[in-house]
Design a protein around this ligand. Structure first.
Ligand code: NAG
Ligand code: NAG
Ligand code: NAG
Ligand code: NAG
Ligand code: NAG
Ligand code: NAG
Length: 553
C-alpha cells in the first residue's frame, strides 16, 4: 500500500486528520508500525441500521411477570427511550450523538424496577444526568488535605510571580513553592518514539506523577501541548484542584540556578529502568531525594504506583494512613483529577446506569484487532470466526457468574473493526450466528455506535510528519475523537467484568474499575490457543500482573 493508493480514495486533509488522531490514540511509541482506529462525528455512520421489531414496535405495556418476585413494580409506560436527541448540549464542550439503538433494545429486558429507576434518574432537560455518582467510594482520606495544599502552593506561586521568579535573588528559599508537573510535549527531533503516546500512556504518566506529588507535598500541574491533539482542558473538567498551567511561563519562573528547575524524562522506560529511576536506594528510597529542584517537570508514559506498594518500605505506613491501597489508588486519583466533560458524562451515564443494574450482568469486550486489514475499512477482514475466543471467554464467564436476579446478560463491545462490530450487533437478531457464538437467548449485544474508521498511519506518516499542526481547523473532529476514546475507556471500566486486549487501553479501564478481580486479559489472535479458561475463578488478571506489562503500573 503506497500513499498514492490512498490518495485515490481519500483526500489529503482527511488523511492528515486521521493520522493525527490515530497517532494520539495509539500507544504511539510502542512499535514502528502505528495503526489504530479513530472516531469522528463527521464521517458517515457506518454501523448497520438494523430496525428490529423491538425498536419500532416495542411492547412495554404488559408488566405482569409471574416469575419475578418484585411485587407492585410495574413498568412506567410513559417513559420511553430512543430517537436522535437523547444527549442535549449543555455547554460549549463536546456533545456526543445519542446512545446506540442496541442500548434501548436491551433495556426492554431489564426488570421493571430497574427500568423505572433508570427513568427516574433521567434528567428532564438533558436526557441523562451528568452526575457519575462517585461520592462515597472507598478512596481514603487524602483528598481534602491535598486540595488545601494545592491551594496554598498556587497562592505562593502567584506571590512568586509578582516578585519576578527565582531570578530575584532576595527571595528566601522558604518562599519558593515546590511543584511537579506532567507535560506532554512532542520532541521534534524524535517524532513517534519519543512522543507521550495515546490516552493510556498519558494517563499512566499523569496519575503516577500526581502520586509522586502527593507523597512529596509538591503542588501538581499538568498540560498537553496545544494541537497534540487538543488541550487537556477540552477533554477533562477539573473536579477538585486547578491543575492548569503554562509550561513555558513556569519554566521561566524557576529556571535560575541549579536548584530551581529540573526536567525528568522516563518515556518508554522498561521495568528495570523504572526501578533504577524511582528506587535507586532500594525499598527505603525517599522520593524527596530523587529530584531535588523546586520545580520538576516530568515527561512520562509510565506508571509506578503498584510498584511502590510492592517495593517500597518507606511509604507503607504513610499510604496506609491515607487510606490508599494497591487497588484504589489509580481509580481514586483518576476520579480526583479528571472528570469527562458534561456531554460525555451524560452519554457515559446512559450506559453506566444500565450496566450496573441489579437485573443486568454486563461483560465488556475490548478487541483491538491486528494490523493486517486496516488500511481501508473495505479491507477489514475481521470476523468472529477469527475472534471467537473472546466470545467463548464471555460465555464461560457468563455461565460462571450469572445469578438468578440477572434477567439479562449484556455483552458490550469496543473494537477498532467496523466489520466485527456489525457482525456482533447482528447477533441480536441472526439466530444462526447467535446459536453459533452466543449460545443463549437472554444475552444482548450492545455497542456505543460512535463511528469507527481505520487507518494505516505508517503509509501517511512520512508524508505528513512535517505539517501535523496544520490541522487546527479540524479541531471539532479531533475533539470528537478524543472524547470518544475517553467515553469508551470510562465505559469499559463500568461493566461488571471486562475482557481486554493486552495493551494499555484495557489496562487503564481495569485499574479504573472498582473490583480488582473483574478483568481477564486475552492474547493476540495469533496466539488465541493460549486463552485462559474464563469460567475458572483464577483466570482474572491481577493488578500485580497488569503492572508488569507495557506502560507498567
Ligand atoms: C403486548 O403484550 C400484550 C400482553 O402480553 C399482547 O396481548 C399484545 O399483543 C402485545 N402487543 C404487541 C404489539 O406485541
Ligand atoms: C396482573 O397481575 C394481577 C395481580 O396479580 C392480576 O390480577 C392481573 O390479571 C394480571 N394481568 C395480566 C395481564 O396478566
Ligand atoms: C413487596 O416488596 C416490598 C419491598 O420491595 C416488601 O417489603 C413487601 O413485603 C413485598 N410485598 C409482598 C406482598 O410481597
Ligand atoms: C414515569 O416516568 C415519567 C418520566 O420519566 C415521570 O415523569 C413519571 O412521574 C413516571 N410515572 C410514574 C408513575 O412513576
Ligand atoms: C524581590 O523579592 C522581594 C521579596 O523577597 C520583593 O519584596 C521585591 O519586590 C522583589 N523584587 C522585584 C523586582 O520584584
Ligand atoms: C487555574 O489556573 C490557571 C493557570 O494558572 C488560571 O489561568 C486559571 O484562572 C485558574 N482557574 C481557577 C478557577 O482558579
Amino acid at each position: 500500500m503506497t500513499y498514492q493508493d490512498l490518495n485515490t480514495t481519500v483526500d489529503l486533509k482527511k488523511i492528515k486528520f486521521r493520522y493525527t488522531l490515530a497517532k494520539w490514540l495509539t500507544t504511539g511509541s510502542m512499535a514502528a508500525v502505528v495503526l489504530m482506529a479513530m472516531y469522528s462525528l463527521f464521517y458517515p455512520v457506518l454501523q448497520s441500521k438494523l430496525k428490529l421489531h423491538l425498536v419500532t414496535d416495542r411492547n412495554i405495556t404488559s408488566s405482569n411477570d409471574s416469575s419475578s418476585p418484585d411485587n407492585f413494580s410495574r413498568r412506567n409506560t410513559t417513559c420511553k427511550f430512543g430517537g436522535n436527541n437523547m444527549i442535549v448540549p449543555s455547554d460549549d464542550s463536546y456533545t456526543p450523538p445519542s446512545p446506540d439503538d442496541t442500548l434501548w433494545q436491551a433495556l426492554d429486558y431489564v426488570s421493571d424496577d430497574d427500568f423505572n429507576n433508570y427513568c427516574d434518574r433521567r434528567d428532564l432537560l438533558y436526557g441523562f444526568s451528568d452526575d457519575l455518582h462517585l461520592d462515597g467510594q472507598d478512596c481514603g482520606n487524602w483528598q481534602q488535605d491535598f486540595s488545601r495544599l494545592q491551594q496554598q502552593r498556587l497562592q505562593q506561586l502567584n506571590q512568586l510571580k509578582s516578585w519576578g521568579g527565582l531570578k530575584n535573588k532576595s527571595i528566601s528559599k522558604d518562599d519558593i513553592p515546590p511543584f511537579v508537573s506532567y507535560v506532554c510535549q512532542e520532541d521534534p527531533k524524535h517524532r513517534g518514539s519519543h512522543s507521550c503516546g495515546g490516552l493510556a500512556d498519558r494517563m499512566s504518566g499523569m496519575i503516577s506523577t500526581f502520586f509522586f506529588a502527593l507523597l512529596t507535598n509538591r503542588g501538581y500541574l499538568m498540560n498537553w501541548q496545544k494541537g497534540d491533539p487538543t488541550p487537556l482542558e477540552s477533554v477533562f473538567e477539573k473536579p477538585t484542584i486547578n491543575w492548569s498551567f503554562n509550561p513555558k511561563e513556569m519554566k521561566q519562573l524557576y529556571n535560575s540556578g541549579s536548584q530551581g528547575f529540573q526536567s525528568v524524562n522516563t518515556l518508554n522506560f522498561n521495568w528495570e529502568k523504572i526501578r533504577a529511576a524511582m528506587f535507586p536506594d532500594g525499598p527505603t528510597q525517599d522520593f524527596n531525594e530523587l529530584w531535588t529542584a523546586k520545580y520538576v517537570e516530568v515527561k512520562s508514559n509510565r506508571g509506578y504506583i503498584i510498584r511502590t506498594f510492592d517495593h517500597s518500605t518507606r511509604y507503607t505506613n504513610q499510604l496506609s494512613d491515607m487510606g490508599m491501597t494497591k487497588t484504589n489508588s489509580f481509580r481514586c486519583i483518576l476520579d480526583y483529577l479528571f472528570r469527562p466533560t458534561s456531554g460525555s458524562r451524560r452519554f457515559i451515564n446512559a450506559y453506566k446506569e444500565f450496566f450496573q443494574m441489579e437485573s443486568v450482568l454486563s461483560i465488556g469486550l475490548q478487541i483491538r484487532t491486528d494490523d493486517q486489514a486496516m488500511a481501508h475499512p473495505e479491507d477489514d477482514m475481521n470476523t468472529f470466526e477469527m475472534w471467537d475466543y473472546f466470545l467463548t471467554c464471555a460465555n464461560d464467564l457468563r455461565n460462571a457468574k450469572r445469578q438468578p436476579h440477572h434477567k439479562r446478560v449484556v455483552y458490550f463491545l469496543l473494537t477498532d473493526s467496523n466489520r466485527l462490530r456489525q457482525e456482533f450487533v447482528s447477533m441480536n437478531t441472526d439466530q444462526t450466528l447467535r446459536d453459533k457464538y452466543i449460545q443463549d437467548d437472554q444475552t444482548s449485544m450492545v455497542v456505543t455506535g460512535l463511528p469507527i474508521e481505520h487507518i494505516e498511519a505508517k503509509t501517511v506518516k512520512t508524508k505528513f510528519d512535517a505539517d501535523i499542526t496544520a490541522l487546527d481547523s479540524d479541531h471539532e473532529r479531533l475533539l470528537a475523537g478524543v472524547n470518544s476514546a475517553v467515553i469508551d475507556n470510562w465505559l469499559l471500566s463500568y461493566t461488571d467484568y471486562r475482557l481486554i486486549s493486552r495493551q494499555g487501553f484495557g489496562k487503564m479501564a481495569a485499574f479504573h474499575a472498582t473490583d480488582p478481580r473483574s478483568t481477564i486479559s486475552l492474547p493476540r489472535v495469533d496466539r488465541k490457543e493460549r486463552a485462559v479458561d474464563c469460567g475458572n475463578p483464577n483466570s482474572f488478571t491481577t493488578f500485580d500482573t497488569l503492572s508488569t506489562w507495557w506502560s507498567l503500573g
